[in-house]
Design a protein around this ligand. Structure first.
Ligand SMILES: C[S@@+](CC[C@H](N)C(=O)[O-])C[C@H]1O[C@@H](n2cnc3c(N)ncnc32)[C@H](O)[C@@H]1O
Length: 315
C-alpha cells in the first residue's frame, strides 16, 4: 500500500512497513539527525521540517497514513476540546491529514499513558474525532515482547478504517507470537538478543557500538534496575538521565550501560542500520522508534488487505 508517514523519526515503523512490501510515498520529521539516519538507511525522500510549516494539500494521495503524534498537549486540565487546544497542534495535523486525504486506513502509535489522561477522556475524544472524520477506530494495548521483540515495551496502537470500506473492521490486528507463559513461543530474552556482540571496550568493527558512561547505580527506578539476562529487556528509553539526555538500560553484566548497537538490537533494528548524530541523539532515535519487527507485522496485514482489495476488484 502507499503510505504517508508523519513523525517518522529514524524510521523504525517505516522500515517494518517497507520490509512487509509497502511503499512510503511521503515522510517527515523535524529532527535533523533522525532525518539523516532515515536518509542513510531507508530513503532520501523525507522532508526535514516542522510539520506546522507543511501544507497538507502538498501531500500525495495515499492508502494509509501512519505516525506517532506526540501527546504532551493532552493535559488533564484541558480536555473540553482536544482538537481546539493550541498545544495539540501535532495531533491536529495528524487528524487533518486523515480528514483531508481520506486514506483507507490509519495507524497511530502512542505511549500507554494516553489511555489514562483525563481518566480516559482524551482517548474517547480521539476516537470520537476520527468517527466524525469518517473512521471506525480500534485501540490496542500492546506489549512488544508478545510479538517477538526482546523488550517489555508497552504501547498503544490506534487503527482506523474508513467507514465506507466495510461496516466492520477488516484490519485484523496481528496475532501474538510469544507469551510470558511460553505460549505460542517463549518471550525472547535480552541475552538472546545481544550476547553475539563483542566487548565494546575491545577493538571491533560493529557499527554504533559505543556506550554512555552514565554510571550504573541500582535504585528502584526506571533504567536503574538490575537487568535480568533471562527476561526481555525493560523499555528502551528516549529520555531519562535527569539532565535532558537519554538513560540507556544497564547491561546485565552490571558493569556498563547498553551500547547504541545493543539498544538498537533490543528494538529489532538490523545490525547494519547506522544511526547518525551524537551518542545521545542516537540513543533517542532508537528509544523513540516502533520496533521494526512489530511494524512489519502491521505492514503484512496491510499487504493482506491490499490483496483482498485486488480480488474484490477482479470479482
Ligand atoms: C515517537 S517519535 C516517532 C518514531 C518513529 N515512528 C519510528 O518508528 O522511528 C516522534 C517524532 O516526532 C518528531 N516531531 C516532534 N514534533 C514534530 C514537529 N513539530 N514536526 C515534525 N516532527 C516532529 C520527533 O522529532 C520524533 O522523531
Amino acid at each position: 500500500m502507499r503510505i504517508i508517514s508523519l513523525f517518522s523519526g529514524a524510521g523504525g515503523l517505516d522500515l517494518g512497513l517497507i520490509q512487509a512490501g509497502n511503499t512510503i510515498v511521503w515522510a517527515n520529521d523535524m529532527d535533523k539527525d533522525a532525518v539523516a539516519t532515515y536518509k542513510k538507511n531507508i530513503s532520501d525522500d523525507i522532508v526535514c521540517d516542522d510539520i506546522k510549516n507543511i501544507d497538507i494539500d502538498s501531500l500525495p494521495e495515499a492508502d494509509v497514513v501512519v505516525g506517532g503524534f506526540p501527546c504532551q498537549g493532552f493535559s488533564q486540565a484541558n480536555l473540553r476540546r482536544v482538537l481546539d487546544d493550541p498545544r495539540n497542534q501535532l495531533y491536529r495535523f495528524f487528524y487533518e491529514t486523515i480528514k483531508d486525504k481520506q486514506p483507507e486506513f490509519f495507524i497511530a502509535e502512542n505511549v500507554r499513558g494516553i489511555l489514562s489522561i483525563g481518566k480516559g477522556e482524551a482517548i474517547k475524544q480521539i476516537i470520537s474525532d476520527f468517527q466524525d472524520a469518517g473512521y471506525i477506530t480500534e485501540v490496542h494495548k500492546v506489549n512488544m515482547a508478545d510479538y517477538g521483540v526482546p523488550q517489555t515495551r508497552q504501547r498503544v496502537i490506534i487503527i482506523g478504517q474508513r467507514k465506507d470500506i466495510f461496516p466492520t473492521m477488516l484490519f485484523h490486528f496481528p496475532e501474538k507470537t510469544n507469551g510470558k507463559d511460553g505460549e505460542p513461543k517463549p518471550w525472547i530474552t535480552i541475552k538472546e538478543a545481544i550476547e553475539r556482540f563483542p566487548d565494546p571496550d575491545e577493538p571491533n568493527d560493529v557499527l554504533n557500538h559505543t556506550y554512555s558512561k552514565y554510571k550504573v547505580v541500582y535504585r528502584d527506578f526506571t533504567a536503574h534496575r538490575q537487568t535480568n539476562p533471562d527476561k526481555p529487556s525493560p523499555t528502551i528509553l528516549a529520555r531519562g538521565n535527569g539532565g535532558g539526555g537519554v538513560c540507556a538500560i544497564p547491561h546485565y553484566n552490571g558493569k556498563r550501560r547498553l551500547t547504541i548497537r545493543e539498544s538498537a538490537a533490543v528494538q529489532t533494528f538490523p545490525d547494519d542500520f547506522y544511526f547518525i548524530g551524537s551518542q545521545n541523539s542516537c540513543y533517542r532515535q532508537i528509544g523513540n522508534a516502533v520496533p521494526p519487527l512489530f511494524a512489519k507485522k502491521l505492514g503484512e496485514e496491510l499487504i493482506r488487505l491490499e490483496k483482498v482489495n485486488e480480488r474484490s476488484l477482479v470479482v
